[in-house]
Design a protein around this ligand. Structure first.
Ligand code: NAI
Length: 246
């Protein structure tokens, strides 16, 4: 039970990597405030099942990360549920692929809004209620796309590169409060996001992956568990790559 008595906020919980982090944290004793864009009966049923199975407290808060007013409302709801937060996982993100000349400024802005600015905004708010001097953790889910800078990634790759840079800066500013700030950079992960990626891009990525397979969401969730736990108390400003060796 690596996260006993900890309260975590996780964004993008309804599926993929976020859902796996949610399950892993609950299994490890955390109470979780699960942030989702849309509430669904199916998700509610899964949450009910988890809270019984793991005897954990799960609250669902709905807000769209594209909308600053909704983020503010979501934060106020989070604060009402728990005035003290130990762990923030900025997981939600959107994928986008198109050649630069085919990518409108509007698309750039919307990719950055979700993958970068919403994280800046939510983190700024959560920092007001995060527990200080007790090894609280902020974990940003970036991508190795930030380094690969492949064709068609003119918006997505820089949005994730900005997140990696932000992680490092924040780790320096938060050090004196004993708040650890780290990033995880996955390669291909078997989620809806991967399913919506063109086959050619998947094949290219797999050909560069020594382990010759995509990660499963749990492979990323296990690293998010380690980084959130006391086992990572002296790790900050780092990016852990979960890429099968890519
Ligand atoms: P996914 O598409 O299955 O899930 C994304 C989650 O983000 C969903 O829960 C979705 O509702 C949420 N989300 C998206 N836009 C939102 C908005 N405007 N407001 C609120 N929530 C929103 O994708 P996956 O694979 O689980 O991705 C999770 C993170 O991992 C993302 O940040 C992604 O960029 C990153 N990643 C994924 C990789 C992959 O191959 N699947 C590779 C590298 C990084």
């Amino acid at each position: 039970m690596l996260l006993k008595n900890k309260t975590a906020v996780i964004t993008g919980c309804n599926r993929g990597i976020g859902f796996s982090i949610l399950e892993t944290y609950l299994k490890n004793g955390a109470n979780v405030i699960a942030c989702v864009r849309n509430k669904s009966d199916l998700f509610r049923d899964k949450i009910d099942l988890f809270s019984k199975k793991f005897e954990a407290k799960v609250n669902v808060v709905k807000f769209n990360l594209e909308n600053e007013e909704e983020i503010e409302k979501g934060f106020l709801e989070i604060k009402k549920i728990s005035p003290k937060i130990d762990i923030l996982v900025n997981n939600a993100g959107i994928n986008q692929m198109s050649l630069f000349q085919m990518t409108t400024l509007k698309t750039f802005r919307s990719v950055f809004d979700v993958n970068f600015f919403s994280i800046v905004s939510l983190t700024q708010k959560i920092l007001k209620i995060i527990v200080k001097k007790n090894n609280s953790k902020i974990i940003n889910i970036a991508s190795n796309a930030a380094d690969l800078s492949s064709q068609g990634r003119a918006a997505y790759a820089p949005s994730k590169a900005a997140l990696l840079s932000f992680t490092k800066v924040l780790s320096k500013e938060m050090g004196s409060y004993s708040i650890n700030v780290n990033a995880i950079a996955p390669g291909l992960v078997n989620t809806d996001m991967m399913k919506n990626t063109p086959q050619k891009a998947i094949e290219e990525a797999l050909s560069m992956t020594p382990l010759k397979k995509a990660a499963e969401p749990i492979d990323v969730a296990n690293v998010a568990l380690f980084l959130a736990s006391d086992q990572a108390n002296h790790i900050s400003g780092e990016t852990i790559y979960v890429t099968g060796g890519m």
